[in-house]
Design a protein. Structure first.
Length: 171
């Protein structure tokens, strides 16, 4: 008998593929977490750099260097806002408003993404647990059914034996 013929579920289909080992799953999570963290950091720094350059040219009186503009933009995009440097021109305030909206929107987007991923992972684990429980229950029912069939067969044989003992002899 071939391996594929031996390894079948009660429904006749092949068993599901084996899942990655615990170590492989942990490594994948770390890689994904690092990628997300690096992506977030690069995005925040990129937005802050662009904002810092733009604010330097839109409000040069208050932002005397690009470095000071980046410092201000990084505070603004991350919603920290120390208040040590603030734009005073209309153009500078517009840039500041854009930086704030981008920062808040980005944080909301990341929070929603992380929450969604956690919920999906939790649902997937729950579905897997339910599938395994259903599989065990199905196997238990199949085992019980086999035992019931065997008991019926034995009872039928005993009944036939009793019938043969009490039946009048045929002429």
């Amino acid at each position: 008998m071939s391996n594929s013929a031996k390894r079948m579920t009660p429904s006749g289909s092949p068993p599901p593929r084996s899942r990655d080992s615990l170590i492989e799953r942990r490594v994948q999570r770390i890689i994904n977490a690092r990628s997300v963290t690096v992506g977030l950091a690069v995005t925040f720094i990129g937005v802050a750099t662009v904002g810092g350059i733009v604010i330097r040219f839109t409000d040069p009186h208050n932002f005397t260097s690009v470095g000071l503009g980046i410092w201000w933009a990084l505070q603004t995009v991350t919603t920290v806002g120390y208040g040590d440097v603030v734009p005073t021109t209309v153009a500078g305030r517009i840039v500041g408003s854009i930086e704030m909206v981008v920062g808040v929107a980005f944080i909301a987007f990341v929070t929603a993404g992380v929450t969604s991923a956690l919920i999906q992972r939790s649902e997937a684990e729950l579905e897997e647990t339910e599938r395994e429980r259903n599989e065990r229950n199905t196997q238990t029912i199949m085992d019980e059914l086999g035992q019931a069939r065997q008991a019926l067969k034995e009872l039928s044989q005993r009944l036939e034996s009793i019938d043969n003992k009490i039946a009048p002899p045929s002429a």
